[in-house]
Design a protein around this ligand. Structure first.
Ligand SMILES: *Cc1c(COP(=O)(O)O)cnc(C)c1O
Length: 426
């Protein structure tokens, strides 16, 4: 069987396959750059593992209090070395990205302090954490106020507004690297570095935290290489490499991370407790694979952008644009387009390929939402997935892919479904 026949067996017509191959022929240089970044980051991870003498004893399971858990403690040293920080907190007890961010914020903000976002509104789930939307146990309820400086219309930092927003009570500045579900651009580590330098020039002792979700290993340098006091993220996104079944990380200064550990467990206990429950092999090996996995996801995002841009659909970021995270938005312009796209992603999955995604009401959303995911780890978005609210501009957010070949198949299948529904003519 030749390649085209293999794809036909998977449900991709020769016309769709050929369309994809033509696009790919023009992407070789771009892909070579991504491979270089992956190679560099693989070296960074390997160096950290070698320096910390990772060995089989570090993979042992611990239970109960988890005292003297050398595997866990060493993984935190490895993370600290990868992100070039003094310390790290990397735990399965951190349940998700929102939890990691909540720990980082609530550990380092006290009543009377103010939190500032200089990059506009934060990720949806942080609204309740901060108290922008009323919630029990929000920072607001504990007497922490919130200020925001919006980006300028062109997506750049509004330095005048930021300077004006920083005051005596400003304790911590939160910077979200990835655009998430917003329409603003994502920021490079270097851009974030400029912002941090500016904030610290206005107020030298202000803490700068970066929500690093979806950004890890996309570039050679991380925001922690540019002065961030904390970088925070989820292990079921980039740094877990698809193998971590749960967890979050906070890398940063010794002082910040120690406070986070006291907040996560208890004052006085900190990092000394927290059994690893047998998850160390997955967390180490996932980190080891992460640079390669992220490179595959990036290739998928760029391939999708080129395919759909060529067909006339608006894509964010644009096909030729530089990447700072793994998310690709495609504006399909109709409910039918979103459904067809998501059906294709679902049909390409290794798990649950036979189910049909349908738009549905979801808590917290004011319109129906459609989601496609056939993941080994529930909700993992480093695995190939697509979702979006059914409302104008009918944009699907596409991300992940544990291998480039799977991401490629997912995009070809999405196009196949668009063609079959008559929404696209090749
Ligand atoms: C995913 C994400 C979060 C929240 O992470 P969860 O694991 O879904 O709680 C926060 N910020 C950004 C930018 C994200 O992409």
């Amino acid at each position: 069987m030749d390649m085209e026949a293999m794809y036909q067996q998977l449900g991709v017509s020769p016309a769709v396959y050929q369309f994809g191959e033509e696009i790919l022929a023009g992407l070789q240089e771009r892909f070579a750059c991504i491979d270089q970044t992956a190679e560099y980051n693989q070296g960074k991870v390997l160096h950290a593992m070698q320096k910390n003498r990772v060995n089989a004893t570090h993979f042992a399971a611990t239970t109960g209090y988890g005292y003297n858990d050398d595997g866990r403690d060493n993984l935190e040293r490895v993370y600290a070395d990868v992100f070039h920080t003094e310390a790290a907190l990397v735990r399965p007890q951190i349940t998700c990205g929102t939890h990691a961010l909540t720990v980082a914020l609530s550990a380092n903000l006290l009543p009377g302090d103010e939190l500032l976002s200089p990059v506009g509104a934060p990720y949806d789930t942080l609204e309740e954490v901060i108290g922008i939307r009323e919630s029990k146990c929000s920072l607001k309820e504990y007497g922490v106020t919130y200020a925001q400086a919006d980006l300028k219309a062109d997506g750049s930092f509004d330095y005048d507004a930021i300077r004006a927003a920083i005051n005596q009570r400003t304790k911590l500045i939160t910077i979200q690297r990835s655009k998430g579900y917003a329409t603003r651009p994502s920021f490079s580590s270097a851009q974030i570095g400029e912002l941090i330098a500016f904030c610290k020039s206005v107020k030298p002792d202000v803490l700068c935290m970066v929500d690093n979700c979806y950004g890890e290993f996309v570039e050679r340098l991380e925001p922690s290489d540019f002065g961030a006091d904390m970088v925070v993220g989820s292990l079921i996104k980039n740094p877990g490499g698809g193998l971590a079944p749960i967890g979050g990380y906070i890398c940063g200064t010794k002082e910040c991370v120690e406070r986070c550990a006291y907040r996560l467990s208890a004052p006085g206990l900190g990092q000394e407790v927290g059994a690893n429950l047998g998850l160390m092999p997955a967390l180490y090996q996932g980190l080891f694979l992460a640079p390669t996995v992220v490179s595959g996801a990036l290739k998928g995002a760029i391939f999708a952008a080129h395919v759909y841009e060529k067909l006339g659909f608006p894509v964010v970021p644009a096909a030729a644009e530089e990447r700072h995270d793994i998310i690709q938005a495609v504006e399909l312009g109709s409910r039918e387009g979103m459904v067809a796209f998501c059906k294709g992603i679902q049909a390409a999955a290794p798990v649950d390929s036979y189910v049909t995604p349908e738009p549905w009401a979801m808590p917290g959303y004011d319109s129906d939402v459609i989601m496609a995911a056939g993941a080994f780890v529930q909700g993992s978005s480093i695995e190939l997935s697509a979702d979006g609210p059914i409302r104008p501009p009918y944009a699907v957010y596409f991300q992940g892919g544990l291998t480039w070949y799977h991401a490629k198949l997912g995009i070809l299948m999405s196009l196949q479904k668009m063609v079959e529904t008559g929404l696209v003519k090749l």
